[in-house]
Ligand binder design. Structure first.
Ligand code: MF3
Ligand code: CO
Ligand code: CO
Length: 279
């Protein structure tokens, strides 16, 4: 049985498995945190090029976050010591920023979560480094479509499983693999909360979506098989078959008639190739 609780926005309720239902103050908090998260991803567009290290990009994320009066939620999270995750090519998620440089042809996910005034804005986008082969660009396009198709199903009365079902159908139509080990999550005062938002599911299953629910949708789609493995660092997840993987993530809130995307790009830099004139 799913339990829903209407929250007083001044409280930080623990992770107790209940689904929190937020009011206008929560939407306002998420709007601000989400906007900052999206502005950070916008600012990275001109910086993601061959030769830059992922550590340098992490420094920019940390500085921008702190300058805005926020804190990177990943910093110190379960022992993680960086301000974002940067996942290159066959890295599925949770790539750790380092001295590694980006090279021509890489596809890269950058995932940021500023914690602003007590609210978490969690979002990620793909970036193309230099000239990227068509096969990889197609994967990136389809993964973006998967996220947006999932979001179209996020409305009151629908079930959580409708989102995963739509994403899975779209990805598998191209014979891509949908990662099962990581999922979207409730978000808000807490970084990771109930419910789990799986990206492969049966339509009509799972909790009913209600106005005031906040969660992320963040499909990870592999060019090959869905399997992943964890590297020895305990964080980096890679595809088992070493095929390329892509991911996009938004934080959303269910409204009376659909949903609000908290992490939309203010500059319209939704998916690559990004118009560097606007960036
Ligand atoms: N931002 C990731 C998510 O979408 C979580 C990263 S946790 C970290 O849920 F510790 F790996 F940074
Ligand atoms: Co997330
Ligand atoms: Co994220």
């Amino acid at each position: 049985m799913t339990e829903y609780v209407t929250v007083d926005e001044s409280d930080v309720l623990p992770r107790d498995g209940t689904i929190k239902l937020h009011g206008p103050a929560g939407f306002e908090g998420m709007r601000k945190a989400g906007r900052l998260a999206a502005e950070i991803l916008d600012a990275l567009v001109p910086l993601v090029k061959p030769g830059v290290t992922t550590g340098e990009l992490d420094d920019v994320v940390r500085q921008m976050t702190l300058d805005a009066g926020a804190v990177p939620a990943t910093l110190g999270y379960r022992g993680y010591t960086h301000s974002c995750c940067i996942s290159i090519n066959h890295v599925v998620c949770h790539g750790i920023p380092s001295e590694k440089t980006l090279k021509d042809g890489d596809i890269v996910n950058i995932d940021v979560t500023p914690l602003l005034d007590g609210w978490h804005g969690d979002t990620s986008r793909m970036y193309l480094v230099g000239d990227v082969p068509l096969k990889a660009r197609r994967l990136v396009d389809t993964t973006y479509e998967c996220l947006m198709i999932g979001i179209e199903h996020a409305k009151p009365g629908a079930r959580l499983g409708d989102i995963g079902a739509a994403i899975q159908a779209h990805a598998e139509r191209q014979r891509y693999g949908v990662v099962r080990e990581f999922c979207g999550h409730g978000v808000g005062r807490l970084f990771h909360d109930a419910p789990e938002v799986v990206h492969a599911a049966r339509a009509g299953t799972g909790p009913e979506l209600k106005p005031g629910m906040f969660f992320t949708i963040e499909p990870m789609i592999n060019l090959g098989k869905p399997g992943v493995k964890l590297l020895d660092d305990g964080w980096t997840a890679v595809t088992r078959d070493r095929s390329l993987s892509a991911q996009f993530e938004h934080s959303i809130g269910i409204t009376e008639d659909g949903c609000e995307i908290f992490t939309l790009s203010p500059k319209g830099l939704h998916k690559p190739p990004y118009d560097t004139a606007t960036a």
